[in-house]
Design a protein. Structure first.
Length: 690
């Protein structure tokens, strides 16, 4: 698992911890000398503490009964105490110009913690940089013969002469995280109560930063049924750390009616057994002894508010929009957002909708046509490591669960390039490895690819294929480089899936001549080379009777001195006929509307790009399918046009009805950067940089 301290820093810091700052004077004003420039000899720094969502009960009582702190807790043998130390740091300039700080020798200053307000304070006697370290210790037995560090955290503060004159220093929040004891494990024993008649079970799934072997094997995913309105969430032999879990509360039909995430700290030698703090489902209830305890309770009111705010309705589908950032300052960062596909998108801009994978570097994404879950492919630069993260549509989009990771090995060299999913079964393609993989047991298994004669099929000559899958078959679309037919083409292959073997059962190639991509007056191809036309996405319809492929062309044509920005949809019928024990599969390229001789629907055949105001039947640059719906295609259209020799950017969402073929277009302020979709070429039509 990626360091538990990373999780704690990212999420425990969000726990409300009575964020009250106290500034203490260090000497009486009347005793100051006449010189206002004379600094006081000491000054007090104060700051707050932050804790987790669940704790041992003794830790909860040691922290405070303050309801503003949000956490769940465990059981201790005896009392606990805080120890606060503040170390003065010595600054050192290294040969490379960098600066490091080390604790100076000598005894550190000591401070104190206000357990009720969750505040710390230490009196300082020097300027410059200090490190504040706070540890919560607990005795392991009633005689206090030995003790163990349970929580620990630190922060730094820089003090100037002005701080001494003003007698105030604002300290940072110290996030306390569990301390590990390799020889002593902890446990989890938490009660969840249900008062909503429609809820019958709760599914739980641990959220991990990576799918490696450091995550405790004892923390498995599962489902709990409610008995007499209660369910017990329990695990034993868990190493200390902070673990995040997703709870999904379901009805008898398996539909999720409410979900939330919680942080569960585990401490060496103790059981996390007490909910602690505030949230919509944490309530102070009276126990059998007349005391008030915090309990996790699901109510009908909670389900009503959740349905209105956090979940997509059964008739809605998630729609993914993205932008790569500001072109002007060359700062590129993925900004994915999710909307209902039925939402009114006029004027939408990045930041609207629900945030997906905030702060992550996303190379590709896929929407599962069955579960509607959103998967992202995250590649780590320099480390040649890829991981796929799942974002359930019912839980919001800020957090996801890593479902598979790929590592540099004999089976995978370099990063993955593209992913697809069908009913939560994941497939991936790696351009650097010239190989296809299936997500299995938390990692990627390389697939053997063969043709109809069972001879090994090489993927090395295929440039940047897009992939899609259904229950039985995997489909691969790409732009042929001329090796098959002698000219550039669009190629579609179909493979049957059996275990870890893909066997080609059908293929279809259409050359540029077949597709009608040629000049109006001179008869020459308008595409100048291998990089001009790209296959950008592929989708299989819900009935599996057709496969749709997106193509686009976003380049500067030096022959015509024009910028080309156009795209369209190619339809392939997908049929299978049985003759005895032999099934024959056929892929046939057909005109989408059944009448036109032009096989790329929406392509600006008579121009280099659509004309502004006359573009309702044409694409500027068909980039990605951004929603999976049975009756229409939802497409990100990103490109541009020229007006008075000036390039204009165009970003649209295009919805095309598969019965009427009518294109419903909505202009948006969100770009669809071609680098995100990784089509294998660069272009100055991308995003806001057109």
């Amino acid at each position: 698992m990626k360091s538990m301290k990373t999780i704690a820093k990212q999420i425990l810091a969000l726990s409300a911890g009575a964020f009250l700052l106290v500034f203490a004077g260090c000497s009486d004003v009347a005793e100051k000398t006449a010189s206002q420039n004379e600094a006081a000899q000491t000054c007090t720094v104060s700051g707050s503490l932050s804790v987790g969502n669940a704790l041992p009960s003794k830790i909860a009582s040691s922290l405070s009964a303050n309801a503003a702190a949000r956490s769940a807790t465990s059981s201790f043998a005896t009392e606990s105490e805080y120890r606060v130390y503040e170390y003065h740091l010595k600054e050192t300039t290294n040969d490379d110009g960098s600066t490091t700080y080390e604790r100076e020798s000598g005894e550190p200053l000591t401070g104190s913690v206000d357990k009720t307000a969750l505040l710390y304070s230490v009196a300082l006697n020097q300027t410059e940089r200090w490190e504040i370290e706070i540890t919560l210790w607990s005795a392991l037995d009633s005689d206090a013969n030995s003790s163990v560090a349970i929580l620990n955290g630190s922060t730094t503060v820089t003090v100037s002469e002005r701080n001494f004159l003003n007698q105030t220093v604002r300290g940072g929040t110290v996030t306390l995280t569990p301390q590990s004891n390799a020889d002593v494990s902890g446990a989890i024993l938490l009660q969840i109560k249900n008062e909503a008649e429609s809820i019958s079970s709760v599914a739980y799934s641990w959220i991990k930063d990576s799918a490696d072997n450091s995550f405790p094997a004892s923390l498995t995913d599962g489902t709990l049924d409610f008995t007499d309105g209660e369910a017990t969430f329990t695990f034993s032999s868990v190493k200390s750390g902070v673990y995040e879990v997703l709870f999904a509360f379901k009805n008898s039909a398996g539909e999720t009616l409410y979900s939330c995430t919680e942080l569960i700290p585990v401490f060496s030698g103790f059981t996390t057994d007490t909910w602690y703090g505030e949230s919509p489902y944490l309530h102070g209830l009276e126990d059998d002894d007349g005391g008030v305890v915090t309990q996790f309770v699901i109510t009908s009111d909670l389900l009503t508010s959740y349905a209105k705010v956090d979940s997509l309705g059964s008739a809605e589908y998630p729609l993914v929009l993205w932008d790569k950032g500001a072109k002007e300052d060359e700062t590129w960062s993925a900004g994915y957002n999710v909307f209902s596909a039925d939402a009114t998108l006029t004027g939408v801009k990045i930041g609207d909708g629900s945030v997906l994978a905030e702060g992550k570097t996303i190379s590709d994404f896929a929407i599962d046509p069955v579960t509607q879950a959103i998967y992202t492919l995250e590649n780590t630069s320099g480390s040649e490591t890829s991981k796929v993260v799942k974002y359930p549509t019912y839980a919001g989009y800020a957090k996801g669960k890593t479902v598979a990771s790929g590592y540099t090995a004999s089976t995978l060299s370099g990063n993955l390039s593209y992913i697809c999913s069908y009913n939560d079964t994941m497939y991936a393609y790696s351009y650097s490895s010239d190989a296809l993989f299936k997500a299995q047991d938390g990692t990627f298994t390389k697939l053997s690819v063969v043709d109809e004669t069972s001879a090994e099929f090489s993927l090395s000559s295929i440039p940047y294929p897009r992939i899609a899958a259904d229950e039985t078959y995997l489909y691969m679309a790409y732009r042929g480089d001329g090796s098959e037919s002698g000219t550039y083409s669009v190629y579609l292959r179909k493979f049957s899936i059996s275990g870890t073997t893909l066997t080609q059962v059908a293929s279809c190639e259409k050359t540029l001549t077949d597709l009608g991509v040629y000049g109006v007056t001179d008869g020459q191809y308008q595409l100048n080379g291998a990089g001009d036309l790209s296959v950008s996405d592929i989708i299989v319809d819900s009935a599996r009777s057709a496969v749709y492929v997106l193509v686009n062309e976003n380049v500067f044509n030096s022959m015509s001195d024009e910028h080309e920005s156009r795209g369209g949809i190619i339809k392939f019928t997908n049929t299978a006929s049985a003759a005895g024990s032999v099934t024959t599969h056929t892929l046939t390229c057909v005109a989408l509307d059944g009448s036109s001789t032009n096989l790329i629907y929406g392509w600006a055949y008579d121009g280099y790009h659509p004309t502004e105001g006359n573009d309702t039947n044409y694409f500027y640059g068909a980039k990605r399918f951004i929603a999976k719906k049975p009756d229409e295609l939802v497409i990100a259209d990103d490109g541009g046009y020229e007006e008075n020799n000036e390039k204009k950017n165009k970003n649209r969402v295009v919805k095309m009805n598969l019965e009427t073929f009518a294109m419903d277009t909505v202009d948006v302020n969100v770009g669809f950067d071609v680098y995100v979709s990784n089509c294998g070429f660069s272009s100055n039509y991308t995003g806001s940089g057109y």
